[in-house]
Structures are given as structure tokens and as C-alpha cells.
Design a protein. Structure first.
Length: 290
């Protein structure tokens, strides 16, 4: 790929780990300069740019080295805003993207997106969402009708309705939604009975809950079915099979690379592997259902 056609890849990150002061998985990516830039979005919580940028710069340098791209050809920015990601998708129409599952489903048809690489996070290629409440306060989703739900994953209501709840409830109607910038703060408020009746957590956030001093005061009242993680996506109309293979191979090798191994451990990622299109068929069916 020559310099005139090589896409500039930009990464933005969002913290999805409760109370962590580090980035565990890429969030939103901004294409830097020209029309053939690329995008990554994974909303789910805030990370200070000062924390995210050094780690992402190191990771991108490893990917450049493995993929034999020119140094500095992959850029790094940071944001965690769902609406900003949507604007970037519309404005940039990226070659490659790493998105949350909901944003992937929103944009898969318009941007001809196909999964090409999937992360393995702590032994899993799936995510699970749970709703936690104060112990003894509520026993089921039905008990939470009209109650206040907090969390960092409320910016994608169609994803919650169609995929997380399987269209059994519409969260926008079932709950009073109170989006949270920080999952830890939402959990603290919940444990103290302040403003929130429940909090929705993804797998990594839920695993972090056990380390909090008030964990014993909370209980799970809802657990979603496993949802396949979305890793690297490619716009099949704007990329060649060779380009897709090149960047997928770079990701697949990163976690065994001397420097990349440390970074993968920091991000909670054990490995990247080729995406299996069949893994996404069920959620695509749920997404398209009425």
C-alpha cells in the first residue's frame, strides 16, 4: 500500500473497568486528517486523556512495527461520547473501525461493515450485562418498572432493548434512565440508596464489583445472554482483502510480541483472532426483529 492510499488509522479509547485508572479496551477512535481516515468507538466510561494516550501510543507503535507500516501512520485520540462517535462515522465513513456492539449494529449496513478480528478478553469472546440492586430491595426486572436505572451503557437504547433485553422490555419505557459518567460513582450511590434503584454493568465492570467494600450490599436481578465481542471491523467497499488481512495479522500477533504482550495484559486482552461471521448471526437477527 503506497503513501497516497494508506489509510490513517486513529484510535480513541474509553474505560469500561470500574474504578480503573487505566484503559482496558479501545473505545472511540477519531480519524485524524483526511477523508480516508479510520474510526474506533467503544463508549462505556471515562478515562483521562493523560492516562489513555501514552498507553495507546505504545500499542499503536507495536501494531505499526508488526504490520510494517510507516512510523506515525497510525494516530491516537480519545473520546467516550456515543453521539460524537456517530458524527464521526457519518463524516469520515472509515476504512476500519473498532466499535461497541450496538454501534456496529447501527452502522453495519450503511458503512458495509464486516467483523475481521475479535478480541479474547479474560478467556472470553463474549460480554454479559447484569443489573444490580441493593440486596433485598428488588427481586426481578418486573419489580424495577418505573424505577431509576444508572450506568455507563445507557447511550445506546436500541442495543439495550434489542440485544441485552431481547425485546422483552423497552428500557426507555420500563425504567427512568439516569446515564452515569462513572460506573463506580453510580455503584456507590446505589449502595447508599442515593438517586438510583439499579445499575447496569458489563462483564468487566461486574468482575470489578467484588473488590469494592460495599459489594456484599448488592445483588444481581438480571443477567443477559452472552453477547459476542466486536473487535476490528472493515468497510468492505473501501478496503481490499489484502489490507484487511494485513491489519488483522498485526492484531493477531500483537499479544505475543515482546512489547505487545505487556500492552495486551494491560488492556485485559489475551489475544486477537479472526472473527467468525456466524458468531454474530443471532444478534443481527435480534437487531432486525420488530
Amino acid at each position: 500500500m503506497d503513501n497516497a492510499t494508506r489509510p490513517t488509522i486513529g484510535f480513541l479509547t474509553a474505560n469500561v473497568h470500574v474504578g480503573a485508572a487505566r484503559v482496558l479496551w479501545p473505545g472511540v477512535l477519531d480519524a485524524a486528517q483526511a477523508g480516508n481516515a479510520n474510526l474506533i468507538c467503544y463508549p462505556g466510561g471515562p478515562v483521562r486523556a493523560s492516562d489513555a494516550k501514552p498507553a495507546m501510543d505504545s500499542m499503536l507503535a507495536v501494531i505499526e512495527e508488526i504490520g510494517q507500516w510507516e512510523k506515525g501512520s497510525i494516530t491516537c485520540d480519545f473520546t467516550s461520547k456515543v453521539d460524537e462517535c456517530r458524527k464521526l462515522m457519518a463524516g469520515k465513513d472509515p476504512h476500519f473501525a473498532i466499535l461497541s456492539v450496538g454501534l456496529y449494529l447501527e452502522h453495519m449496513q450503511k458503512h458495509s461493515l464486516d467483523p475481521v478480528a475479535q478480541p479474547n478478553v479474560e478467556g472470553k469472546t463474549t460480554d454479559t450485562f447484569r443489573i444490580v440492586v441493593r440486596k433485598g430491595a428488588f427481586g426481578s426486572l418486573a419489580d424495577l418498572k418505573g424505577k431509576t436505572l444508572g450506568g455507563t451503557h445507557l447511550g445506546e437504547p436500541r442495543f439495550l432493548k434489542k440485544i441485552v433485553f431481547g425485546s422483552k422490555i423497552d428500557p426507555a419505557k420500563h425504567f427512568k434512565l439516569k446515564p452515569s459518567r462513572r460506573a463506580l460513582r453510580a455503584l456507590r450511590n446505589l449502595s447508599k440508596g442515593r438517586k438510583l434503584d439499579a445499575v447496569i454493568l458489563n462483564e468487566q465492570q461486574f468482575k470489578s464489583l467484588s473488590s469494592l467494600p460495599f459489594a456484599s450490599k448488592l445483588q444481581v436481578v438480571f443477567t443477559s445472554d452472552p453477547i459476542p465481542l466486536v473487535g476490528l471491523l472493515a468497510n468492505t467497499k473501501k478496503t481490499t482483502q489484502h489490507e484487511r488481512g494485513q491489519i488483522t495479522q498485526a492484531l493477531s500477533s500483537m499479544c505475543t510480541h515482546d512489547k505487545g504482550k505487556e500492552l495486551c495484559q494491560m488492556f485485559g486482552i489475551e489475544s486477537f483472532g479472526p472473527a467468525n461471521a456466524k458468531a454474530y448471526q443471532d444478534i443481527m437477527t435480534l437487531w432486525k426483529s420488530k
